[in-house]
Design a protein around this ligand. Structure first.
Ligand code: PA5
Length: 426
């Protein structure tokens, strides 16, 4: 479903020299014996997922589509980035779908939160609150505000039918609140961490409401699992990619820049930044994940990438066939000098920008570039890509001898903030 062309600086014999390590780690993932092994539920989820819950999600999503104008998804980190990435990439940035999806709960910004609350006033909206722990402060504050507005507009009984909670099966404040209030709930399984949860209800409920074919998304992930759950390093592109990252990291390329040529895929880069950043950035190790959207950022970061400190390599997601296209018209006077492009479409120009930039960065800039070619981005292919990166990330972190599934560093800012806010116990 995708093709990988690895950067030219990493040789085949470099890759093959990792065979033993890759075999060992693949076995560790399959047998769940490595660090963080109780968070490996995502690896088989595309085939082991809760089929009954997915049917309920699809039918509840239809109810939301039929009865509301807006769904507000309230979550942060792994509890929203996958859904946002998929909705943007599959529906586009100017979607005219009958239902609008708004994300809130990912910030304390008084401006953003009050703008969303004001926008929702008098509108018919439902809420999907998502939190595994049920105690994340950004999400909890937003949910408190959203719930209050909703109840003031449709009453407590009406609000019950418009609130859908995704959280732990048994524990946590959100679970208790949902039980008490009688909200529909979906499960984020205990053995799947937020950033590996896009195929669970965390992703599937908002995606189904947005009109995305979630069964196709999961079937793409299942195909990826079939293709990448093996240690054949000559052919397994997922592990070849992971190994090449490790080699580049050890050869003084500590920054990986994820690049797309589609603004609607920018959120995929945000999802990737969280996936790799939180999984690998520990014990003073790990690649720094950065991102750029070309050609836009060629007019800002392009100079640095071409000529600046030689610290980064690129991983480019190149979609060959966009879901829509537009021809460049001819004009009689040709005052802007663009008639040489008459009859050509924008995807042709975008591809030439990709080819020209790749050559400039690789040949003159000496920037190692990996290219992942995607024929067309649909739900199934996106599921395949998400799984490809999740599995590659686990392999990469284990190659660095790091637990990919915890995030101890995230707690420190919270402790300080709670202390400053006067929370009991801090
Ligand atoms: O990947 C992760 O585990 C984190 O990014 C979490 O998803 C994020 O912190 C939100 O946590 P929670 O779902 O408990 O509100």
């Amino acid at each position: 479903m995708i093709k990988l062309a690895l950067n030219k600086t990493v040789t085949e014999s470099d890759i093959l020299s990792y065979q033993e390590k890759v075999s060992k780690i693949n076995k560790m993932i399959d047998e769940k014996t490595g660090a963080g092994n109780d968070y490996l539920g995502w690896a088989d989820w595309p085939v082991n997922y809760d089929k009954e819950e997915l049917e309920r999600i699809i039918s509840d999503a239809k109810y939301v589509r039929d009865n509301f104008d807006i769904l507000v998804v309230c979550g942060i980190g792994g509890s929203y980035l996958g859904a946002k990435a998929a909705i943007d990439s599959l529906k586009g940035l100017k979607s005219d779908d009958k239902i609008e999806i708004i994300f809130m709960g990912q910030t304390f910004s008084p401006n953003y939160v009050s703008q969303v609350i004001n926008y929702l006033k008098g509108k018919k909206f439902a809420i999907n609150v998502i939190s595994k722990s049920g105690t994340t402060t950004e999400t909890s504050i937003s949910f408190r505000l959203l719930k209050q507005l909703l109840e003031s507009q449709v009453g407590k009984e009406g609000a019950k039918k418009a609130i859908f909670a995704t959280t732990d099966k048994e524990k946590g404040a959100l679970k208790t609140l949902s039980n008490n209030e009688g909200y529909a709930t979906y499960v984020l399984p205990g053995d799947i961490g937020g950033r590996y949860s896009v195929f669970t209800a965390v992703g599937t409920f908002p995606l189904a409401v947005a009109g995305v074919d979630v069964k196709a998304l999961i079937s793409g992930a299942a195909k990826a699992r079939e293709d990448f759950d093996n240690d054949d390093i000559k052919n397994n592109i997922c592990y070849r990619y992971a190994v090449s990252r490790d080699i580049l990291y050890r050869n003084n390329f500590p920054v990986e820049m994820f690049v797309t040529y589609e603004p609607q895929m920018t959120q995929i880069s945000e999802w990737l930044k969280q996936l790799f950043g939180e999984s690998e950035g520990k014990e003073k190790k790990g690649l720094f994940p950065a991102s750029a959207t070309f050609s836009t950022d060629l007019h800002s970061l392009g100079q640095f990438i071409q000529d600046g400190s030689p610290i980064l390599f690129e991983t480019i997601l190149n979609v060959v066939n966009p879901s829509s296209d537009i021809d460049i018209p001819e004009t009689e006077d040709d005052l802007d000098g663009l008639n040489y492009l008459k009859g050509k479409n924008l995807s042709y120009v975008n591809q030439k920008a990709f080819e020209g930039t790749l050559k400039a960065h690789e040949e003159e800039g000496k920037v190692p570039c990996n290219v992942i070619t995607i024929n067309k981005l649909d739900a199934e292919t996106l599921g395949y890509i998400f799984y490809f990166f999740m599995r590659a990330c686990a392999m990469s972190a284990y190659l660095l001898e790091i637990n990919p599934f915890n995030q101890p560093g995230v707690e420190i800012y919270k402790k300080n903030m709670f202390h400053l806010l006067g929370k009991k116990g801090y």
